[in-house]
Design a protein around this ligand. Sequence first.
Ligand SMILES: [Mn+2]
Length: 473
Amino acid sequence: MAEQKPVKIMETVLRDAHQSLIATRMPTEMMLPIVEKMDKVGYHAVECWGGATFDASLRFLKEDPWDRLRKLRDGFKNTKLQMLFRGQNILGYRPYADDVVDSFVEKSIANGIDIIRIFDCLNDLRNLQAAVNATNKIKKQEGRGHAQVALSYTLGDAYTMEYWTSMAKKIEEMGADSICIKDMAGLLVPYKASEMIAAMKSATKLPIQLHTHYTSGVASMTYLKAVEAGVDVIDCAISPFALGTSQPATEVMVETFKGTPYDTGYDQNLLAEIADYFRPYRDECLASGLLNPKVMGVDIKTLLYQVPGGMLSNMVSQLKEQNAEDKYYDVLREIPEVRKDLGEPPLVTPSSQIVGTQAVFNVLMGERYKMATKETKAVLRGEYGQTIKPMSQEIIDKVIPGEKRITCRPADLIENEMDKLESEMKEWKQQDEDVLSYALFPQVAVDFFKYRQAQQEKVDMNVADTKNGAYPV
Ligand SMILES: [Mn+2]
């Protein structure tokens, strides 16, 4: 009999699936009733937290993301909880000092996270070391915490198989517990996945997890080939929130491997009950327009232009605002050019926004880099880290003439900032975690703190109403 090697699944419905399909708008109250069932499946982990879930909780749902995490932790007694972490940018859009990274890792684990998936938008491993070290430190102290380093998958001359395997070795050396190949745009095609997983498996002993999106239509085939090549974990979403710009469906992958050495052993009846729970919510999202049927199809442009779906929709809305929707294809052609100028980085938050916005500027201004964004300048100065290829000297000379560029790890130049952040937001602080919410999204967090205070004061004045859950706003 063939050796049994059950593939493991990370369920994404509480993070990436709703981020990709409904702009991260699933509220905590939608999640909690199904947690008990999800906890019985035996998932490798449930992904439930990240930059967008944190931001959308505060900004749109008026929820404390820390509170959501604690509630999920209470419910998931047996299942590991996973989060996505943007390296030195934490869950935000700029590099932070190491003391903020340390504190965020510590509080994430203390409030319930088990596995931290850490990535950098330039794949500059120096930007991941502080978060890996912080996780390992807590693991030593508390016996909980797992540092997974994610490589942002992208295409380009520089991204050879030697590049990926040498990165895998370096990740092992830096003390990570596992590796993820993070394919945010669905660019990894099935036979390439075979080749890549086999190569990485021979380069490292660390477990390898594969993350992709269904956008280009190949994702479940990619998983099939990756599993045959030895990948340890695949990221899937329960069917009502699968496919399109989200992940392959959990039940489909479970069925695919049934009776093979890769059999997950998960109970399809239990998965069906979980799907039944989410299906009416999906219908509701379709009816309200929150879920646009457009994102459910196959978008082959993704493969042609190698642009993640989220980036395309941002670009469309930027062009609409400027009444310049006719420039869509000009901007699409400009994106790879800007990417080249900036050293051919992967396109993932925040590099995707930086490249996309600069491409829109370049086209609308009628002259390339006539105007450069603050972020483009920062990338050119080296403030986000090192890119795999050199940046264009011509563009450097045009955009930041005579300015000093840095080559060290960017955070080495950022002084500790926790004390300063805390003093800025002192009047709102009700828990230590509030300082971190403020650090990441200063304006949005303060708006939320004001809302929270108003709620608390009014609720106090109307104690009777709380019985019916009628909180006046
Ligand atoms: Mn993703």
